[in-house]
Design a protein around this ligand. Sequence first.
Ligand code: G3I
Length: 373
Amino acid sequence: MKSFLSAALVAIVSVLLVFCGSGRQAQKGNGASVIDSSKGLKDHFANSFAIGVAVSPRALKTDEAALIRQQFNSITPENAMKMGPIHPRENEYFWRDADSIMAFAETNGIRVRGHNLCWHNQSPRWMFTNEKGDTVSSETLLQRLKEHITAVVGRYKGRIYAWDVVNEAISDRKDEYMRNSPWYRICGEQFIAKAFEYAHAADPGALLFYNDYNEIDPVKREKIYRLVKRLKDAGVPIHGVGLQAHWAINEPGDEELENTLARFSSLGLQVQITELDISVYNKEHNARERKPEDGNTDFTADKEQKQIDRYRKCFAAFHKYRKQISSVTFWNISDRASWLDNFPVRGRKDYPLLFDKNLQPKKAYWEVVETAH
Ligand code: G3I
């Protein structure tokens, strides 16, 4: 009996050792390097920049919560703090979802990027119209913007370290500077500086960012740069620029990325990568109505290798600019759900993130980790 027990004990201990050992010493697959996989992305990049993720309140109640705690030290509410969801009617705020994300963050010692205070999308219709349905005056709209920002930033004063104050105000049209949004049509460009001033008054300790996408396109890049530099030079309380980085296996090119990070780093403000994901389809196929050229919607080895290469190049560039880049946030947690799924085209998935649908690290994850060391 005694020998049976000791044999059983040996067996249990060895299984435990194997399990723990493999957990601690994950091989890249080719044994080329041993990475301590007991650490998360936030630990590997602790000496470079924060690693964040966009979350929904629902995700925090699932198995994704454990992954968030292990891997990230920053979170961004994907939708809960946007104007429409949090302020659906003029005299009505909906705090539950935003509060639940804040509670999760504060319980787990995770910093929060507020997103966003002023955007042309997901803005409630009441914001721009009076009781007769007519468009409001610039004064009325600015007063409403001030009340909104004062209420939302004020509620989380001293608890949210950074805000995307204005999102995507620059036009994608080459012949247009400002996006032709209701904000711009009613108030002119001044709404941007006012939004930053309102946010700074509500929480002088918060870092305030201008956030936009297609930041690697040379024409749009220069328009974003011009806007942020003008705000800074005018003494507007702006502390950084958010580059959304919704990229793909064929962008950004090495030169595009270098030129973009160098240009925005020259502003002397913080740079943050705010919404990183890398679709496995070429940029031109990211258009929502396009199905893959070859009709193949699988996560093939070819797609995976191209994604690995792109992630590695991006993080190598982030590492080079780590003195200016203070945070890199992924937009969504894993391939289980991405905003890119919102427009399914014949079952197309873009597999844009570092964790698969089972929340396991993909090969690209290990390549990214390697760039930290
Ligand atoms: O919550 C409602 C639900 O009640 C309703 O039943 C359902 C169907 O209409 O819609 C739900 O709201 C959706 C919301 O996501 C929450 O799931 C909206 O329709 C949908 O438009 C919204 O999409 C969000 C999108 O911004 C809005 O433009 C995505 O989740 C979000 O990932 C995406 O994020 C943006 C960033 O904020 C800014 N940068 C670009 C990025 C991607 O578009």
